[in-house]
Ligand binder design. Structure first.
Ligand code: COA
Length: 161
């Protein structure tokens, strides 16, 4: 089975990588679809986000990364994916995930599989990382090395791990 893991990944965190790694073990092929969430003001361009996810999944042989241009369900059809995988951290995520799962199912019939976030990184989010790093915080514990470096480059040495 082929799964698409979608998200805006701005930036990808260790929590995302945990979900990707676990999906990698469950499915034959995994495509990480890097999408645009029009309601968010991010920091990294699409190209940068794709590159950072690629660095984070290095060594996971059957995982690929691609930008999503337009509807996620169209991307899934192009990729020949059977399911969408999303991580679920806490109760607050559930309503949002259910809405998206229902809409995606209504538009194309595709199912969504929700994986519980790992205990270790179950409460972090990309916006918390952005907020901490842009104010000089040390976020190295929560993001892959390449992201740490990119944040350091973006915000200066104060965000160094
Ligand atoms: N570890 C760390 N963070 C996690 C996480 C985990 N396991 N699981 C979720 N998150 C966080 C993300 O960091 C992100 O944090 P933020 O809000 O602070 O940025 C938040 O949870 C959810 O982000 P993400 O999973 O990236 O989803 P999103 O809401 O940004 O993106 C899209 C949703 C892009 C996948 C969706 O809008 C989409 O499919 N867009 C394409 C257009 C489309 O098809 N629209 C119709 C959708 S029904």
């Amino acid at each position: 089975m082929k799964a698409v893991i979608s998200g805006s990944f701005d930036p990808v965190t260790r929590g995302h990588v945990d979900i990707i790694r676990r999906a990698w073990r469950l499915f034959d092929q995994v495509v990480v679809g890097v999408a645009v969430n029009s309601s968010k003001n991010g920091i990294f361009s699409m190209e940068e986000r794709v590159e950072l996810v690629e660095a984070a999944v290095e060594g996971m042989s059957s995982v690929s990364v691609a930008p999503v241009d337009g509807l996620l369900v169209d991307f899934c059809a192009e990729q020949g994916a059977d399911v969408i995988v999303r991580g679920l951290r806490f109760g607050g995520d559930f309503d949002y995930e259910l809405q998206m799962a229902h809409m995606n199912k209504a538009m194309s019939g595709i199912e969504t599989v929700l994986l519980p976030a790992g205990r270790e990184y179950g409460t972090i989010s990309s916006s918390i990382i952005r907020s901490a790093a842009s104010n000089g915080g040390d976020v190295g514990e929560f993001v892959p090395e390449a992201v740490s470096e990119a944040l350091r480059h973006r915000f200066g040495d104060a965000s160094q791990t």
